[in-house]
Write a protein that binds this ligand. Sequence first.
Ligand code: GLV
Length: 375
Amino acid sequence: VTEDQTRITSLASDGLRDALTIADLESLARQRMDPAAYDYCAGGSGAEATLAENLAAFARRRLRPRALVGVAKPALATTVLGRRLELPIGVAPVSLQRLAHAEGEVASARAAADLAALFCLSTFASRSMEEVAAGAGPGVRWLQLYLLRDRGVTASLLDRASAAGYDAVCVTVDVPVAGRRHRDLRNGFRRFMAGQPALLRDLAPQANGDREAALARLDAIFPNPRATWADFEWVCSRTSLPVLAKGVLRRDDARLALGSGARGVVVSNHGGRQLDRAVPSIDALAEVVQAVAGEAEVLLDSGVRSGADVLVALALGARAVLVGRPVVWGLAADRAGSGVAGARRALELLRDGLAEAMVLAGAGSVDALDPSFVA
Ligand code: GLV
């Protein structure tokens, strides 16, 4: 029996505590999830070139450590939009988290709140924003929003986000249409049939409580290929919450976002789920950071799987990173438990990995990181 086989066996029998990497959590999740639901979460669009490149682009970055800086315990705390966070790693908006764990987004939001990390709830979350706010305890929370074809629905989501104490709205700008996901097509997987977005309940009144009718109504308002920056600007004018644009990969779009009222941008290719062959987020980061020139917050998602990845993103100018799949794998790995421990484990692996990388690189705080740390 090889060391690897022993490790795989012990992972299968125990689980969370033995998971040393996000890949470990993923292999547990894969054993514990419905295969089509796993594919929905793991997969990307088209030939999955961007999905793979997101990871490869991080993996090829090399670091330039500083020696004898005297760092024993690096400071990981940061602020985003003026709010203090104990770690520069947050939970990305991932739809339908009940596919991974019965508690869904309440568990992942709780994990984030426990660690004083940012949590962003998807419009297509399987728990409502009020359930999450009530169940997760105090924490910094954002609502992710699509520019739906019905401003009335968008307005009601914005009002509910304010009322439920959400701190910001993160508008996804890279979904004119949903990316073509071959795994889902082959599996016959229909996401809104397999997992219920809590939003359906809001649409159901107009559909007389009929689920099929509510789904048809959802189809009628999402996606919205005609959306433009004018719609983004309308969202900014309709809410008093700060608004960010998620899915920016170019300097001109970063400027348009700011000109339209964005207080931040998230450099993202939607985890390789939208335009296949889009550039890896980490390769687009420096361009966007330069274009924003300190006028707004820049965050990044897509491909972050280790503490060293986080270090690279921060060094290249991200204020914080968001992780989606790692948290889903944590939830699913903890299927027999509360889900909170699993989601926490994912965030802790990244947090501890970042701290270790910062000690080894000689960076005493996140502010000490700059592009000189990346080769
Ligand atoms: C939802 O945004 C997805 O990428 O599936």
